[in-house]
Design a protein around this ligand. Structure first.
Ligand SMILES: Nc1nc2c(ncn2[C@@H]2O[C@H](COP(=O)(O)OP(=O)(O)OP(=O)(O)O)[C@@H](O)[C@H]2O)c(=O)[nH]1
Ligand SMILES: [Mg+2]
Length: 223
């Protein structure tokens, strides 16, 4: 028998993070502010969808956006040009946001005068799925060029998200992407997933997404 301890540090880090995430959700509840965590691989279309979402919900929902990236302010500039409240978060090399970082971002963004904050997480299908940010709902985008097998290869991400948006449907004719197969692969991970095929570029299907979001924000504020 060995005389030394084995400490599962990853588990304790995740447990601490889960507690902080629950605290943040309680705070958001008190303030009647909804928080959405939007995830995807790099370039799947998060900022393009957010731009469409801001335009579609203008005058209906007061939105704030947190853009998380390793570096740059490209995405925050795009969101600011649409007149929405935005903050750019630099993770300095980290591939995900945790609850403490999200809380810091939210406080800097300011939760007064907004109904919902949307966190555009760092583009990555692995690490962001492991860390509860304190969001009320997790949503992801899978884009057609990435392939219909991604729910099989990145199961955790798909199992954590209530909504999967299948983006870039305009390029379906150019890729060996089987939409039916992709949908059944997603449902294998989580049979309750709401799946919405969209084209963020043209706006096709986006109204189904914004209807879902507006409904969820209203339900959270009424609770
Ligand atoms: N053809 C097509 N291109 C799209 C669509 N949505 C987004 N794009 C393009 O995909 C590229 C990446 O889009 P972004 O919205 O920046 O993606 P992102 O997920 O925010 O990227 P990161 O923040 O870098 O992770 C851009 O060139 C978009 O114009 C779509 O529906 N169809
Ligand atoms: Mg982006």
């Amino acid at each position: 028998m060995n005389g030394f301890k084995i400490l599962e540090v990853k588990q304790s880090v995740l447990a601490d993070n889960n507690n902080q995430a629950d605290e943040l959700r309680n705070l958001l509840k008190q303030r009647r502010v909804f928080l959405l965590n939007l995830m995807s691989s790099p370039g799947a279309g998060k900022t393009t969808l957010l731009s469409r979402t801001i335009e579609a919900l203008r005058g209906k929902l007061r939105l704030g956006v947190m853009e998380a990236d390793i570096d740059s302010d490209v995405d925050a500039c795009i969101i600011e040009s649409l007149g929405a409240r935005v903050i750019q978060l630099h993770t300095g090399g980290m591939c995900h946001l945790d609850a403490a970082m999200t809380r810091q971002g939210l406080f800097a963004l300011g939760t007064e005068d907004i109904d919902a904050a949307i966190l555009e997480n760092v583009g990555n299908l692995v690490c962001p799925a492991e860390f509860d940010t304190g969001a009320v709902k997790n949503v992801m985008i899978l884009s057609v060029p990435e392939g219909d097998d991604k729910p099989l290869k990145y199961p955790l991400m798909f199992s954590k998200c209530e909504v999967v948006l299948i983006n870039k449907t305009d390029v379906l004719p150019y890729f060996d992407f089987n939409l039916e197969k992709c949908i059944s692969n997603i449902l294998l991970r989580n049979p309750d997933t709401k799946i919405i095929p969209i084209c963020a570029k043209s706006g096709e299907g986006v109204d189904q997404w914004t209807d879902w979001l507006a409904g969820e924000v209203a339900a959270w504020q009424e609770r």
